[in-house]
Design a protein around this ligand. Structure first.
Ligand code: RFL
Ligand code: PHB
Length: 402
């Protein structure tokens, strides 16, 4: 097989890249190790930045999101028994975020690719990236029927998440990996209860952090800080509810409770791979960087990488130069480090760290006090949460940003 861009991974990064390339007349093939059903059913992110929302709308895949998603104009920070609203719309000149689950974005993108006769091969295995230093790299893999396959292409996009093979294909001597592992895990639940609050609540509590989020008016998504090594079998539904109540209930306000339909524990890390490109291989999304979910940035960063990459590939085919591509890593890493800082900071101010001294605990509470009492500090949180502007050297006339 031959295509212009071989894409490894059908997550938000890979699907969005294939979609954007298609709109510009550039061919791609996606290979994905899981089934369509699995990728469309995996519960992950919930918050889309304004720029991501604008992009989905401008490229024709935002219709269901606009119908079924929920626009939020702020968040609430809770600590010391009080809630404080951070008003994004007021602090950022009218910008908002959208609560619309990642797996719904995946469904919309898969449907759009298949409707446009795009090629996605599911259930592949043994993926190898070959000759990535040459102008004709290839991807070798085994298809779902156990047959060996080869895709020849001009570029490979490594969109295969943190555990995929793409990053490992860059020689060790050419990449520098920087990471921080946190002593925190998130126990996430999906529960059938009425909506808790019009906006997300990020709660600091000495027993640990809790986050109250939403999916639909009757399905809610909540998280509890737990030990990352803890096992979900230690958490009965009763124990989860009583811990949530202990951390979020206020005088005169009790968290609505209902059947828990899904629960799991994820660990948290910050990770950056410098460089994100090698020869004709370009890494995007979680393949190159991971943020702890407290800042709701991971999916949005993946989309930002893809915007830069798709413009670079377009410039290559339309103008015959690689100006954008040569600077791909440098351009993306600026935004990635900003998001890393923000996600690290949100994580640090909101989680309870058993290793912290009383002094560090005092500073943590003062950070929360500062960000909820100083309009300048609140504006900085808001600006980062709603998302930094995208890099649009080629698309600026086609994609309007609010
Ligand atoms: P993905 O989504 O991991 O997709 C990678 C795809 O590659 C496939 N793959 C392979 N395919 C072929 N061959 C191989 N050898 C392969 N190995 C892997 C995988 O099966 C998969 O389908 O990466 P991508 O596209 O870079 O997208 C990144 C986002 O998924 C991630 O950053 C977000 O989910 C992070 N995140 C959040 N991001 C936000 O922007 N807003 C949020 O509110 C938010 N909340 C979250 C989150 C992540 C969470 N978890 C589970 C860590 C909340 C949580 C709890
Ligand atoms: C979610 O709804 O899944 C969600 C919301 C905000 C975050 C992380 C996850 O910071």
């Amino acid at each position: 097989m031959r295509t212009q861009v071989g894409i490894i991974g059908a997550g938000p990064a890979g699907l969005m890249l294939s979609h954007l390339l298609h709109l510009q007349g550039i061919e791609s093939i996606i290979i994905e190790s899981r089934s369509r059903q699995e990728i469309e059913g995996t519960i992950r992110a919930g918050v889309l930045e304004q720029g991501t929302v604008d992009l989905l709308n401008a490229t024709g895949v935002g219709e269901r999101m606009m119908r079924e998603g929920h626009v939020h104009e702020g968040i609430e920070l809770q600590f010391n028994g009080n809630r404080h609203r951070i008003d994004f719309a007021e602090l950022t000149g009218g910008k908002q975020i959208m609560v619309y689950p990642q797996h719904e974005v995946i469904k919309d993108l898969v449907a759009a690719r298949l409707k446009a006769n795009g090629t996605i091969f599911f259930n592949v295995s043994d993926v190898k990236l070959v000759n990535i230093e040459s102008a004709q790299p290839t991807i070798e893999y085994t298809n779902e029927f156990g047959e060996p396959q080869v895709i020849e292409c001009d570029f490979i996009a490594g969109c295969d998440g943190f555990h995929g093979p793409s990053r490992q294909s860059i020689p060790k001597s050419k990449r520098v990996e920087k990471q921080q592992i946190y002593p925190f895990g998130w126990l996430g639940i999906i529960a059938e209860t009425p909506q808790v609050n019009p906006e997300l609540i990020y709660a600091h509590h000495e027993r640990g952090f809790a986050l109250l989020s939403t999916r639909t008016p009757s399905i809610q998504r909540h998280y509890l800080q737990v030990d990352p090594k803890d096992d979900i079998t230690n958490w009965s539904d009763d124990r989860i509810w009583s811990e949530l109540h202990a951390r979020v209930d206020l005088e005169g306000w009790t968290l609505p409770q209902g059947p828990i339909i899904q629960k799991n524990i994820v660990s948290m890390r910050s990770f950056v791979c410098e460089t994100m490109q090698y020869g004709r291989l370009y890494l995007a999304g979680d393949a190159a960087h991971i943020v702890p979910p407290t800042g709701a940035k991971g999916l949005n960063l993946a989309v930002a990488d893809i915007l830069v990459l798709s413009q670079g590939i377009r410039e290559f085919y339309e103008q015959g130069n690689q100006n954008i591509l040569q600077k791909y890593s440098e351009t993306c890493l600026k935004r990635i480090w900003r998001a890393q800082r923000f996600s690290w900071w949100m994580t640090t101010i909101l989680h309870t760290n058993q290793n912290h001294s009383p002094f560090e605990y005092g500073i943590q509470l003062t950070e929360l006090d500062n960000v909820t009492s100083s309009p300048n500090a609140a504006a900085n949180l808001a600006e980062n949460y709603i998302g930094l502007p995208f890099e649009l050297p080629l698309y600026k006339h086609e994609l309007s940003q609010k």
